[in-house]
Write a protein that binds this ligand. Structure first.
Ligand code: 2HG
Ligand code: ZN
Length: 446
């Protein structure tokens, strides 16, 4: 089919205004936050309903045109941007949050609802959503489902897989799977919701999700804790786990913290630098402050906050890492997880490996052993990435903790998955998307 004719087929489904082909309009959809991934799109299509998504996917299937589904475009692994003139299917217009069900403590949200909008909607009903992270203003429910997003509160509420009660998705042929009843018990065969969470747009296009909510906890206490080393941070975590109110334990290292201070203008939090820092937050129905302070009684130093503005200031030391690194250059980002017991030695090993080959910033989610490896000015990014990921595999870790595999790490998936798992994954992919039209090159390398 000629390009113009195909574009007019898409326009007949979503309306002229929602098919973008002018480079001045498509640019923002064609590169991602990292500035490392992206390429030209054949067109950007912005459907306004799940039915329109199904019709667009059916039209692409009919014409044999590959599709890249895209949410808020906050991904860091090249999984939501075009590579080779695919149609970008932007789900951002699917932005409605349906009525909160206070009895089931669930809500159904469109794929294009941002995390911040979801939080606003459910918090007004005194409920909350368990997953939270710094990109909340732009990241969308559909992207969070597709990547099985994690973030800062996984230690208490789990990743998206634990927080998703069901999904609606359009499969590669345009058919729709809808599992939005949110039944806590449903043993009628394969867990298709579980399969679609983390599918990275390779098995289906998520249009809506039924989400599990949690009670909104009004009393919070936050501490930025200074420690001599990452090993002592892991030890502190063991004591923190005795707190039933523990919600967040994030680690930072001195280089990242100084970069954040330079970038944001925030003062250094402590008079002298320490070997490691942990940002801890507890939340409960009554103040968790005393319980938190009792666990922190013997740490070298800590800043503690209870009111929202002070807590936010402490969070910024952690949450501004991504933007501070991005302002310093184009970073190679490797989001990995290692067994907690191996974390301090792994980080030491990495420092040796990377010394002289790149400028490295490490931070992450302590309880999951989830390290965000950010490498600036790397001489040979691909070799260095592979060397880092091999060290991860050697300690029994995962080459992708929470950002997904994307296009960035597809060639290294075998470091974390056995040949038998890879074969099972490929069999699932070819059963559901036999022509390989959904997000080609992502997750499973060509
Ligand atoms: C975070 O935890 C995000 O802040 C981004 O996962 C991590 O920028 C990164 O490497
Ligand atoms: Zn993270």
């Amino acid at each position: 089919m000629e390009r113009d004719l195909f574009v007019s087929v898409l326009a007949a489904v979503v309306g002229d205004a929602h098919v973008l082909t002018d480079p001045g309009m498509t640019g923002g959809y064609e590169t991602d936050f990292t500035r490392r991934f992206g390429g030209p799109a054949r067109a950007v299509v912005r459907p306004g309903s799940p039915e329109e998504v199904a019709a667009v996917v059916a039209a692409c299937a009919e014409a044999g045109v590959p599709i890249v589904p895209q949410g808020g475009n906050t991904g860091l692994v090249g999984g939501g941007v075009p590579r080779n003139r695919e149609v970008v299917l932007s789900l951002r217009r699917l932005a409605s949050v349906e009525r909160v069900d206070p009895v089931a403590q669930q809500v159904t949200a469109g794929a294009g609802v941002t995390l911040a909008a979801l939080q606003r909607a459910v918090r007004s009903e005194r409920l909350d959503f368990g997953v939270d992270f710094a990109a909340r203003d732009a990241a969308t429910v559909g992207g969070m489902i597709a990547t099985n997003a994690g973030g800062e509160r996984v230690l208490r509420y789990g990743t998206m897989r634990a927080c998703a009660a069901g999904v609606e998705a359009v499969l590669a042929d345009g058919s729709v799977i809808s599992q939005l009843a949110g039944l806590p018990k449903d043993n009628t065969g394969y867990d298709l919701t579980g399969l679609l969470v983390g599918n990275e747009g390779t098995l289906g296009v998520v249009t809506r999700a039924r989400l599990r909510l949690v009670p909104l906890l009004p009393a919070r206490a936050t501490a930025l804790v200074a420690l001599p080393s990452l090993a002592s941070a892991v030890e502190l975590l063991a004591s923190l786990r005795s707190l039933r109110s523990l919600e967040m334990a994030e680690f930072m290292l001195p280089a990242g913290l100084s970069l954040v201070c330079r970038h944001t203008g925030l003062p250094a939090p402590f008079a002298a630098p320490y070997g490691a820092y942990v940002l801890v937050e507890c939340a409960d129905s009554t103040s968790p402050l005393d319980a938190l302070l009792s666990v922190l009684s013997s740490v070298p130093d800590a800043l503690v906050a209870v009111d929202a503005a002070d807590r936010q200031r402490l969070w910024t030391y952690r949450e501004a890492h991504t933007e501070a690194i991005s302002a310093a250059g184009v970073a190679v980002k490797l989001d990995v997880a290692v067994p907690l017991g191996a974390l301090p030695a792994f980080v030491e090993d990495l420092e040796g490996l990377v010394a002289g080959r790149a400028v490295m910033y490490l931070f992450g989610h302590l309880a999951e052993g989830n390290v965000h490896v950010n490498l600036l000015a790397a001489e040979s990014p691909s070799e260095l990435s592979e060397a880092v990921l091999r060290r991860v595999a050697a300690v029994g870790g995962s080459i992708s903790a929470e950002h997904g595999v994307g296009a960035a790490k597809a060639r290294w998936l075998g470091l974390s998955r056995s040949p038998a798992s890879l074969a099972a994954m490929r069999a699932i992919k070819s059963a559901l998307d036999p022509s390989g039209l959904l997000n080609p090159g992502v997750l499973l390398a060509d």
